[in-house]
Design a protein around this ligand. Structure first.
Ligand code: NI
Length: 178
């Protein structure tokens, strides 16, 4: 397994609509393993493949000791609405309140290519929606009001104006950022 560089706000791959996976093969399984390792090192609770530069419909979540991969995920039921603060490994140190469905039912393939169905509420439901958004090129910032988004983008630009690129290496023992 290996740690993958994280793509940050400004990297075009984050804005792409990711391609469906045609076959869950060893390459996809390796990607999933590397994504789990990278997410753990970055202390995240979810990660989408385009956040590591791969425009395929693969994402992972780890909430409440439930760790799962989602290949070609889709939400087949959604209900309720709850607002809570979100962050994103691709937009470190930026947070905003986002309204999401309170309960969702997910359908996806697992790392063996087998279809499954999962019901989730609360933070897990939120993480699933956030990661599927990534696969469609959507960031949590897009759900904020225009004024809030512009404020956070201005803060981001101030703090990142000297960055050489739009990726960040993840180290094994990062500072906690949540
Ligand atoms: Ni994210």
């Amino acid at each position: 397994m290996s740690l993958l560089p994280l793509h940050l706000l400004g990297s075009p791959v984050l804005r792409q609509h990711s391609d469906p996976v045609k076959a869950v093969d060893d390459e996809v399984r390796r990607l999933i393993d590397d994504m789990f390792e990278t997410m753990d090192a970055a202390r995240g609770i979810g990660l989408a493949a385009n956040q590591v530069g791969i425009s395929r419909r693969v994402a992972i979540v780890d909430v409440d000791h439930d760790r799962f991969a989602m290949v070609n995920p889709r939400i087949v039921e959604a209900e309720g609405r709850v607002v809570a603060e979100e962050g994103c490994l691709s937009i470190p140190e930026i947070y905003g309140d986002v309204a999401r469905a309170e309960r969702v039912v997910l359908e996806a393939l697992d790392a063996n290519g087998l279809p499954y169905r999962k019901e989730a509420t609360g933070l897990k439901a939120r993480a699933i929606q956030h990661e599927i958004d990534h696969l469609d090129g959507i960031l949590f910032l897009d759900h904020l009001s225009l004024i809030k988004r512009q404020m956070l983008l201005a803060k981001w630009r101030r703090e990142h104006k000297d960055d050489a690129g739009h990726t960040k290496e993840v180290s094994e023992a990062p500072a906690r950022s949540e």
